[in-house]
Design a protein. Structure first.
Length: 315
């Protein structure tokens, strides 16, 4: 049997008749290594050609994900495609982006994971939509922030930490300190309260950070929170800060900005966040486009989950 015919025969047995490489090797009297080489050769010669059937919508979402991944150097982009819904409204998109994020979280789960949490509405919808029967008692879920009372209670970081742990059947480690202290913080006390360091020893042992992206713009609820001191708000304006991740602030050029108040914050600094293996950002919205462009330009995110309307503006 000439080589061309042999390659075609092996390819037909494997791809059309679903015969395993092991059984093909027995049938033809070749080693499994040779069968594998012949299949690779069939691909190289284009004897085998794959055609993934997809509709226009699925093709566009794939293109958008690839564009985001390339432009912002992401490991993965995941997009909820909503153009088939007329004016879906934010409540629908929150739910659907949350479902997409929940699917991702369910996909990456395994026992002994270490997961860190920030805060926010989008992150709440992601965690709320996790639906699993299996429990993971050896996973650990850590808060990364002091207590945040800048939003509804269910969106706050300690509540989200506990909610995710409840969903997974594992332990949670909240931080029982305020996000912003009125006094210079005792670093020894703060570090002890941050269970990540107390239990793991190093933040590099965190496998996944799950985070939303906060707006620090005049029209945002966060920016106009009345309990902030006027000096703090003035500093945000003067330094042209537009967004935050884990209470680390960045400007429109995608640069992280020192505020001079870092010793009053109970958070994980950006230098430490960079050590986390997989940073998963979940965010969307037309009002966030400039903020998300700047955030993605920081190259902090490894995985980005959003909707198609936002993605169109970002690419």
């Amino acid at each position: 049997m000439d080589k061309e015919r042999l390659i075609r025969k092996v390819a037909e047995l494997y791809y059309i008749h679903d015969i395993s490489q092991r059984n093909i090797s027995v049938k033809l009297g070749f080693s499994r290594v040779k069968i594998n080489r012949l299949l690779k050769e069939a691909k190289r010669r284009k004897i085998i050609q794959f055609n993934i059937v997809s509709n226009v919508q699925e093709k566009r979402i794939s293109e958008l994900e690839n564009l985001l991944e390339t432009k912002y150097k992401l490991k993965e982009a995941i997009i909820y495609y909503d153009s088939d819904i007329k004016d879906p409204g934010y409540d629908v998109i929150f739910k659907e982006v949350g479902l997409a994020a929940a699917d991702y979280i369910e996909r990456i789960l395994y026992d002994n994971l270490n997961i860190a949490i920030t805060w926010g509405k989008t992150l709440f919808h992601a965690i709320e939509n996790i639906k699993i029967e299996k429990k993971y008692p050896n996973i650990k879920v850590f808060s990364t922030l002091g207590g945040v009372s800048l939003s509804r209670s269910e969106y706050q970081n300690n509540n989200l930490t506990n909610l995710l742990a409840e969903k997974l059947g594992c332990l949670s480690y909240p931080i029982y300190l305020p996000l912003i202290s009125n006094e210079l913080l005792n670093k020894d006390i703060v570090e002890k309260e941050k269970s990540i360091y107390e239990i793991l020893g190093s933040i590099s042992k965190i496998d996944y950070l799950l985070t939303g992206i906060g707006l620090m713009l005049p029209e945002s609820k966060l920016f106009t929170y009345t309990r902030f001191e006027s000096d703090f708000l003035k500093m945000i304006r003067n330094k042209e800060i537009i967004g935050e991740i884990c209470w680390n602030f960045f400007n429109s050029d995608g640069e992280f900005v020192k505020t001079g108040m870092e010793n009053y914050f109970v958070n994980i600094p950006v230098s430490e966040l960079k050590k986390i293996k997989n940073k998963v950002a979940i965010a969307f919205g037309k009002e966030k486009i400039d903020v998300l462009k700047a955030f993605l330009a920081t190259n902090i995110a490894d995985i980005f989950i959003t909707d198609s309307i936002t993605a169109e503006f970002l690419v």
